[in-house]
Design a protein around this ligand. Structure first.
Ligand code: TYM
Length: 345
């Protein structure tokens, strides 16, 4: 791995307003990693169309998600921020990976099974090939570290398998062209923090998700203080008071989830939260949770609103990010063309 420079790559789909799961599971780590790494953060609009999208809504969502990145603390002066469809090499490398990855590998992907549901025959081919595009996103930039929530772990394993197989299948050509022994790094998933899997506020056994039909299942980054308070107050709980130790959360998914959210928002371990609230009832704990959630999210919501008032500014940031991303992507794709045997463009 030493031949590869550390580089962070990650992305989110512009299919919805970002929610607390996206924020605590991934975004908090994205922001932090800017201090130590070169970072590339993408709005993955090519992935978005693997499910039907209204074109006008998609265009607005791309800007909204870009505004959310910036409002959460992604600094376009330090990190590359762009939307995927502007850099055509993503689709090009994904095609090469479609010919490297095996059907059997993709058949095992749980996200495809969940999204396609029972009607697999009617799912888009792109939905099936989704993970090869994700591998292309990361490997186009030779990304070494990928901060994501837990639900992306299987996709990251597949990315490593694709990188490894490409390196093996083309080993001779890679060496012949002077690229050394391996061309792609095997990226490390960075799944970190007390909230790598934020659960629904209505059901502690289900992931907080954009596709949950109830808006009460999630807190959106656009929710105002009243909406946050209402959703937390209505959140499902059990009748027992909070335990004073983490072991006491076993078998109590809703309590566990709310404690995890509180810990992540305050940036403290779960144990510290339980030391403070052990023995307290949920109404006390929920009031405290509303306070920290509003404290933490209100500035982000305000900044998103401010940024969204000037779409031209967001477009300019995305265009500049795409320009920088294209420079790296073109270099990798040119090398891939030679390795595969297409020759340079
Ligand atoms: P997406 O758009 O579904 O989610 C974006 C990020 O948010 C995390 N996340 C969660 N984390 C904790 N708890 C939750 N309830 C929760 N819900 C979502 C996700 O793990 C993710 O990190 N396939 C990716 C997008 C993608 C990508 C990439 C990511 C495309 N190319 C390359 C990394 C690298 C996705 O659908 O994320």
């Amino acid at each position: 791995m030493t031949q590869f420079k550390d580089r962070v790559f990650s992305g989110m789909q512009p299919t919805h307003t970002l929610h607390l799961g996206n924020y605590l599971g991934a975004m908090v780590n994205w922001v932090r990693m800017q201090d130590t790494h070169d970072c590339i953060y993408c709005v993955v609009d090519l992935h978005a169309i693997t499910m039907p999208q209204d074109p006008k809504a998609l265009a607005a969502n791309i800007r909204e998600v870009a505004a959310a990145y910036i409002a959460c603390g992604i600094d376009p002066a330090r990190s590359i921020l762009f939307n995927q469809s502007r850099v055509h090499e993503h689709a090009e490398l994904a095609w090469v990976f479609n010919c490297v990855a095996r059907m059997g590998w993709l058949n095992r992907m749980t996200q495809f099974k969940e999204k396609a549901g029972k009607d697999r025959e009617n799912a888009a081919v792109g939905l099936f090939a989704y993970p090869t595009l994700m591998a292309a996103d990361i490997l186009l930039y030779k990304g070494t570290h990928v901060p994501v929530g837990e639900d992306q772990k299987q996709h990251l394993e597949l990315t490593r398998d694709i990188a490894q197989k490409f390196n093996n299948d083309f080993a001779a050509s890679i060496a012949e062209h002077g690229f050394g022994e391996t061309f792609f790094p095997l990226p490390e998933p960075m799944i970190q923090g007390p909230a790598t899997r934020v659960m629904s506020l209505r059901d502690g056994t289900k992931k907080m998700s954009k596709s949950d039909p109830s808006d009460y299942a999630r807190i959106n980054l656009t929710d105002d203080a009243d909406a946050i308070a209402q959703k937390v107050r209505k959140a499902k709980t059990d009748p027992e008071p909070l335990p004073s130790e983490a072991a006491g959360l076993a078998g109590r998914p809703e309590a566990d989830n709310l404690v995890g959210i509180y810990a992540a928002l305050r940036d403290v371990p779960r144990e510290a939260v339980l030391a403070e609230f052990g023995g307290a009832n949920f109404s006390t704990f929920k009031s405290a949770l509303v306070d920290v959630a509003v404290d933490r999210l209100a500035p982000i919501t305000g900044e998103m609103r401010r940024l969204s008032a000037d779409p031209g500014h967001i477009d300019a940031i995305l265009a500049e990010g795409a320009r920088k991303a294209s420079e790296i992507a073109a270099g990798t794709m040119d090398a891939v063309r030679r390795i595969v045997g297409f020759g340079p463009r």
